[in-house]
Design a protein around this ligand. Structure first.
Ligand code: ARG
Length: 442
């Protein structure tokens, strides 16, 4: 047992966290590694086992691997679908959703192993450090959270490679990406490198799960997503579990060149950053889900929900997944989804994805009420009275304003015209009678 006790490291197998594994040992900890499968490219059993073996070969006293692909979709992505979760109305939160799922397991492993702390390899400039720290603390406030990358001196890739070589950490230079990538089944985030200049167009090689819209097939494709109680359950009538459905949609939608996002994003730590994302399945699901909600939910619920969706997205982005406000918002969203059952047709063509149809058993769209054709059941005669009453406060307010303006002699030509000539003469100001008679002949 080392002097400082055990620490559970969120381990990816990459260079950063491999250096960290050694560094924590140098600092006097016994390191327990933990890697999670969330649908990133190396999610298969054999990949994950190889990564755990690497951790052990670098001195980890225990190596955990957790396959949380389904759990990630059912407990985290599902809530994002209810919430149509998009930070700054653009980014479907792929990294922000994965951290609370990973933290849940880091904390479980820490408790099982009697560890004193959890460690992550995040830099001091990003959002992920905030998420790891706040979310682990929210789950177990007694654990320490270590983020040594913020203070160690391995700030450049070459210093890291030197450290790795000196400590027997295998360095695979061919795997070095010019970007910082985070990936799971909900999408792929690409940052750093040439993207740091916001004027630079993202190079073709930055993208991986979407084809270039210019190279997308000439034939369009329709895809029908079926929903039950707010969650997608089928593609073109074929039922599948959420993980498989998102993965399949990534393939279908991405192959038609839809799903790329290129944005300037406001990080919680206060800086703006240029981020590219590929989220073909996520964007298509949210687009279809919103359409179905519009069909199935009353307008006032939709309008309040829209405001709360922004709040939910900020909470999740800011590392507050395990917070009372976010839980309360989830409860609100869940209560809105019971009738959101039906189908939405999307049309995919060379980089575009558009809704072309929707239907639902509990649709609130009523043909008789909406039609301008035969079969109209809407009582048009009631419209006049409706407007008299709906506009009543505004009318009274306008009348009072006019009275005040009359009293102050502030009437202009347009208002006088609106009042009618007779009224204007009665108002008796010089300007009013001059302009009033001038407009009287019109
Ligand atoms: N900016 C995004 C977010 O904060 C993506 C972060 C991706 N993380 C990474 N290590 N590349 O959610």
């Amino acid at each position: 047992m080392s002097e400082k006790g055990k620490v559970v490291l969120a381990y990816s197998g990459g260079l950063d966290t491999s250096c960290l594994l050694k560094y924590l040992q140098d600092e006097g900890y016994d390191v327990v590694s933990c890697i999670a499968s969330l649908g990133q490219p190396s999610s298969e059993r054999s990949d994950i086992e190889a990564i755990s073996d690497k951790a052990k070969s670098l001195g980890a006293v225990a190596a955990y691997d957790v396959d949380i692909r389904d759990e990630f979709c059912e407990d985290f992505v599902a809530k994002a679908i209810y919430a149509n979760g998009m930070y700054e109305n653009k980014y479907p939160l792929l990294s922000a959703l994965s951290r609370p799922a990973i933290c849940r397991h880091l904390v479980r492993v820490a408790q099982k192993e009697g560890a004193v702390a959890v460690a992550h390899g995040c830099t001091g400039k990003g959002n992920d450090q905030v998420r790891f720290e706040l979310e682990c603390k929210a789950l177990d406030p007694t654990l320490d959270i270590l983020g040594p990358v913020r203070s160690w001196n391995l700030t450049t890739r070459s210093s890291e490679i030197e450290y790795a070589q000196a400590h027997g950490i295998p360095v695979d230079a061919t795997k070095a990406s010019p970007y910082s990538i985070d990936e799971n089944v909900w999408g792929r985030a690409i940052e750093c490198g040439v993207l740091e200049n916001p004027w630079n167009q993202a190079p073709k090689g930055a993208w991986s799960i979407t084809v270039d819209p210019e190279e997308a097939p000439d034939e369009a494709r329709d895809v029908v997503i079926g929903f039950e109680a707010g969650l997608p359950v089928s593609i073109d009538g074929q039922r599948m579990k959420l993980y498989d459905l998102v993965a399949a949609l990534n393939g279908i939608v991405g192959s038609h060149g839809f799903g790329r996002i290129d944005m300037i994003e406001d990080r919680l730590v206060g800086l703006k950053s240029r981020e590219c994302y590929e989220q073909p399945g996520a964007l298509a699901i949210i687009m279809a889900h919103k359409q179905l909600e519009s069909l199935c939910l009353p307008g006032d619920v939709l309008h309040v929900k829209l405001d709360l969706e922004h709040e939910w997205s900020r909470q999740v982005y800011n590392g507050l997944w395990y917070s009372p406000l976010k839980d309360a918002l989830d409860a609100f969203f869940a209560s809105t989804q019971k009738t959101v059952t039906g189908e939405v047709r999307l049309h995919l063509y060379k980089g575009s994805c558009t809704v072309t149809g929707s239907r639902a058993d509990s649709s609130m769209y009523d043909f008789g009420l909406a039609t301008y054709d035969k079969g109209d059941t809407f009582d048009r005669t009631a419209a006049k009275g409706f407007m008299d009453l709906f506009g009543l406060p505004n009318r009274v307010w306008a009348e009072r304003r006019l009275e005040r303006e009359k009293a102050a002699g502030l009437l202009g030509a347009a208002q006088i015209q609106a009042m009618g000539v007779k009224e204007a003469e009665a108002a008796g100001t010089n300007q009013a009678s001059a302009e009033g008679s001038a407009s009287a002949g019109k």
